[in-house]
Design a protein around this ligand. Structure first.
Ligand code: SF4
Length: 257
């Protein structure tokens, strides 16, 4: 990928759920994982995607220069009080080389920066992000090695090393836990997740427990890709998990993904 340009699928203005305040969320394309419940499948591959919706052809994604992206984000600066820019995806840290000048341009304007990341990235990319991002929204999905490889297609040990690195920094951290039946909701995983939260309780601002949904389904259809199959988790089970996390002494919220 050209390092001077970024591949983005969307720049969403007035986002209220991607960090504090009113935010501009930039969706970057390319992700090392393939979560079966992914609501943004158009962002998984680091390439422009053709789709067909209601008989109409279209494309997900476009290249944007670093300068253009800074300009686009600064159009909303008046609303960032508080607020700022959130890099989401896909996995935004994969494009960290090109994101660096964007971060620097926005920081020079006093804009608060958030990254929503899986942390399944190289230590080098994380290091670049740690020097520039204020708040990290980090997913906690599956913590068992072989299951992580099988379901997500990622190396859990890299994730855990990166999480440790992040927790040793002075950056703010919010954890996001997708609860997906048959993938992340088993007791063993829940126990490991609670233990992880307990270990880092003094470093975590908040935990968001996310209930799965199927809002991404039309995108799978448009792309002609099969969507992952999973049932809804019962509200009793969500409540139980919620209570178990609250016991770790960290502020916790129940949300929709
Ligand atoms: S990490 Fe996020 S963007 Fe990547 S596949 Fe999983 S849900 Fe989708």
């Amino acid at each position: 990928m050209n390092k001077k340009r970024l591949l983005v699928s969307n720049i969403q203005r007035f986002s209220l759920h991607d960090g504090p305040g009113i935010r501009t969320t930039v969706f970057l394309m390319g992700c090392p994982l393939r979560c079966p419940w992914c609501a943004n499948p158009e962002n998984q591959r680091a390439e422009i995607q053709n789709y067909v919706k209601d008989g109409q052809e279209g494309r997900f994604g476009r290249y944007i220069s670093t300068g253009e992206l800074i300009e686009e984000c600064l159009k909303d600066k008046a609303f960032y009080c508080p607020g700022g820019v959130t890099f989401s995806g896909g996995e935004p840290l994969l494009q960290m080389d090109a994101l660096m000048p964007v971060c620097e341009g926005l920081r020079a304007e006093g804009v608060h920066l958030t990254a929503e990341t899986s942390l399944f990235v190289s230590q080098e990319k994380l290091k670049m992000a740690l020097a520039r991002i204020d708040l990290f929204l980090v997913d906690v999905k599956i913590l068992e090695e072989s299951r992580g490889k099988e379901v997500l297609g990622g190396d859990v040990s890299i994730y855990l090393e990166n999480l440790e690195q992040l927790m040793q920094s002075d950056k703010k951290v919010i954890l996001r836990i997708p609860v997906i039946a048959g993938y992340t909701d088993d007791r063993e995983n829940q126990k490991k997740v609670c233990a992880l939260i307990g270990k880092y309780r003094n470093r975590i601002e908040k935990v968001e427990l996310l209930e799965g949904h199927r809002l991404g389904m039309p995108k799978y259809q448009a792309l002609g890709w099969p969507a992952g199959q999973y049932e809804e988790v019962s509200s009793e089970q969500m409540q139980e998990y919620f209570s178990a996390i609250c016991e770790q002494g960290v502020p916790t919220e129940l949300c929709r993904i």
